[in-house]
Design a protein around this ligand. Structure first.
Ligand code: PLP
Length: 359
């Protein structure tokens, strides 16, 4: 039995201030947010309140020792106007996986789904309708304990807020293979969507940008040889007639878009090899002319085509996107599923429950 969610609505919506034809990514927030607190072993006081700041104690454990995890997902409207989530339970599963690794409490399914449905239903006018745009949803959890000393907090806060995002400008990305810094090692926290991973990536990302690249291509922490992923995306290569993506080995974030693309390609008769792939294999394929495509997958962009990869002093330039088959196909398969253009054989597309919100 799910707990009732107490709802306090905003006095005045801010929606009229938003130019839906021109939404800057990550800067526009919808009217409401969901909040629940974990105290004495229970999630209590689930509530939807006007979006706004929290008071934080200076000894807050999340600020000092990093018990903080998040998810990123989207709600969008289908061609007939139905608002839908895609694979919300897989996002919850990953949130809970991150929680366990960071010694934080798990979130029950009924609490999570009830919160998502109520929040997105209440702010459904914030879901943009323009093709490629969506309502970005950011569930996150952080420690609220107040104590100076490294220990797991006894109390936590779960928050979900949302914000409209415009069509992601699919400009192909240039990658710099990182040879000095690592993102994650097996046994570490690379599989968790936890804030410290992203703080750790900022310096190498800045160095790459200063050299004219968009993102870092990460190699494994032991041999500096096997490809892991890119920024906040998983990576795929098309070599000859093979589609290859690194197997998730414990150090790679298990992308839900990655999983969806693998399944969708399989459904359409393509095989995807999930295995170790070294940067040397990619260079060799480039040298013998069989490296046809590379693309990243993630909730923000869905598919980001890779135009160039730098490794040591070698710059590999990939064929133009117009000449590619798999990346554009993967994008369209996911797009058609989301929009309801093609039926969903997987049960991934979940309509937002739009029953009337109690006052
Ligand atoms: C979130 C994320 C991804 C992509 O995951 P999706 O579920 O597809 O959005 C890939 N790598 C990292 C490091 C991430 O944080």
């Amino acid at each position: 039995m799910s707990q009732p969610i107490n709802i306090t609505k905003v006095a005045n919506s801010k929606i009229l201030e938003v130019d839906f034809d021109n939404i800057p990514f990550g800067k526009v927030f919808s009217d409401h947010m969901f909040v629940a607190d974990y105290i004495d072993g229970h999630w209590i006081d689930p509530r939807i309140v006007p979006f706004g700041p929290f008071l934080i104690h200076p000894a807050n454990l999340a600020l000092h020792y990093g018990q903080s995890i998040f998810e990123g997902m989207k709600a969008s409207k289908q061609l007939d106007g139905t608002p839908v989530f895609v694979r919300p339970l897989m996002h919850l599963e990953r949130l809970n996986h991150s929680a366990v690794r960071m010694c934080m409490p798990e979130v029950p399914e009924d609490l999570f789904m009830n919160a998502l449905n109520k929040l997105v239903n209440l702010d459904q006018d914030w879901i943009p309708t323009k093709e490629g745009s969506a309502l970005y949803i950011r569930p996150f959890m952080f420690a609220t304990g107040e104590f100076i000393g490294v220990q797991a907090s006894n109390t936590y806060r779960l928050v979900i807020f949302t914000g409209p995002v415009g069509p992601y400008y699919n400009k192909p990305v240039r990658l710099l293979t990182e040879e000095h810094y690592v993102r994650a090692a097996v046994g570490g926290v690379g599989e968790a969507k936890t804030s410290g991973n992203y703080a750790a990536s900022l310096l190498p990302a800045k160095i790459a940008r200063d050299k004219g690249f968009d993102q870092v291509l990460w190699l494994d922490a032991v041999d500096f040889k096997y490809i892991q992923e890119v920024g906040t995306m998983n990576i795929f290569f098309v070599i000859g007639d093979k589609i290859i993506t690194p197997a998730t080995d414990g150090a790679i974030l298990k992308g839900i878009t990655r999983d969806s693309i693998i399944e969708l390609l399989k459904e359409n008769g393509y095989q995807v090899e999930e295995r170790r792939i070294s940067i040397d294999e990619v260079v060799e394929a480039y040298n013998n002319g069989t490296l046809k495509e590379a693309f990243g997958t993630g909730t923000a962009a869905w598919i980001a085509h890779v135009s160039e990869i730098q490794y040591k002093d070698k710059l590999m330039t990939l064929p133009p996107v117009e000449d590619r088959l798999i990346g554009p196909l993967a994008y369209n398969l996911l797009r058609n599923l989301r929009l309801g253009v093609t039926p969903d054989p997987f049960g991934w597309v979940v309509p937002v429950k739009t029953e009337l919100v109690e006052a």
